[in-house]
Design a protein around this ligand. Structure first.
Ligand code: TLP
Length: 336
């Protein structure tokens, strides 16, 4: 099966499994797990932040960020396609009692003008705008990179408006691999950053929230309250640490394969967005039928809208897998 549903489907490599099996561990809720501590320090340094905290998922790190930077009744501003808004099971309302304000914008970006227009002044009628969330790369926009200058411009505007800024950087290293710009250049502009080890980097479990020491101390409490305090977590943290150390540079290979896949599918007459990173969006018309026929050819993808499907390249799909997927789509094309 060529599984292109997500870059989350990867299995740990033999070297990663070895690192996990041999990891020194302790009780992380007591702060005693040396591997978790090493991972948190490594990732904080990598992102140019004072501290980081390891949690079971990117959903949890995003929601910890919302929880510690808002109060009930506040408003969180974000792009209408944001993962936090669309794919986190209503958690901002459920866990933090905040109102979420979806904003329009090209390719998952929010312009300073849009932010300024959406901002509500102090008034007894209005929710208090408190936090801006940005996403890089932007999943729903097809893995688009948030251009650094546009990112800086909207963060500057957020600062003028006295908003805090959270970056959902689940795939921030894809942005680094695509542009050559170190991830820390985006991260240093935000107050908090969530990064995932379990997407393109290929680890089985875990995400980190990074920020200044005081903020991350507060996040530790939120993680506990959300049920994310893990005990001998070094076993899984070792996989994450291995991934951050060894799998960032190879993301460019996934991008190359996504380009080849998009090109091959476009040559068959489908509309595709030229991928900037590892996500390919294809207009197919009847999504359910397309995915069914694709699965019959042993290829998996996911729905990404009423008429669009998403293919995601990753560590476990090589050149042959990509060619197989193109051939499968060609087979479907012939039948319609
Ligand atoms: N995204 C998953 C699904 O939830 C859609 C995927 O297959 O792409 N931020 C972004 C931008 C994400 O894409 C994801 C996962 C998360 C956060 C959440 O991470 P997890 O799955 O670890 O909770």
């Amino acid at each position: 099966m060529i599984d292109l549903r997500s870059d989350t489907v990867t299995r740990p490599t033999p070297e990663m499994r070895r690192a996990m099996a041999e990891a020194p561990v302790g009780d992380d809720v007591f702060g005693d797990d040396p591997t978790v501590n090493e991972l948190e320090k490594y990732v904080a340094d990598l992102l140019g932040k004072e501290a980081a905290i390891y949690a079971p998922s990117g959903t949890m790190t995003n929601q910890m960020a919302l929880h510690i930077q808002t109060r009930p009744g506040d408003e969180v501003l974000l792009h209408a396609g944001a993962h936090i808004y669309n794919y986190e099971a209503g958690a901002p309302a459920l866990l933090s009692s905040v109102q979420v304000r979806p904003l329009p914008g090209e390719g998952g970006t929010v312009s300073p003008e849009t932010l300024r227009e959406a901002f509500r002044p102090e008034d007894v009628h209005f929710p208090r705008p408190r936090l801006l969330c940005l996403e890089n790369t932007h999943n729903a926009a097809g893995g688009r990179v948030y251009p650094l200058e546009s990112f800086r411009a909207v963060v500057d505007e957020a600062r003028n408006l006295n908003l805090r800024v959270h970056l959902d950087g689940a795939r921030i290293f894809n942005a680094q691999a695509a542009t050559g710009i170190p991830a820390r250049h985006w991260c240093e502009l935000a107050d908090t950053v969530s990064v995932c080890s379990s997407k393109g980097l290929g680890a089985p479990v875990g995400s980190l929230l990074a920020g200044d020491e005081q903020t991350i101390e507060r996040a530790r409490r939120a993680r506990k309250a959300f049920g994310g305090g893990m005990r001998q977590a070094g076993i899984v943290a070792a996989g994450a640490l291995y991934a951050f150390r060894n799998h960032i540079d190879r993301l460019a290979e996934d991008h190359e394969r996504a380009r080849r896949l998009a090109e091959g599918i476009a040559e068959l007459g489908y509309r595709t967005t030229p991928p900037e990173t590892n996500i390919v969006l294809v207009e197919v018309g009847d999504v359910a039928q397309f995915l069914r026929e694709l699965a019959q050819e042993n290829v998996l993808a996911t729905p990404a809208g009423l008429t669009t499907v998403r293919f995601c390249t990753h560590l476990d799909v090589g050149d042959e897998g990509v060619e197989h997927a193109i051939a499968a789509v060609a087979g479907i094309r012939k039948r319609v």
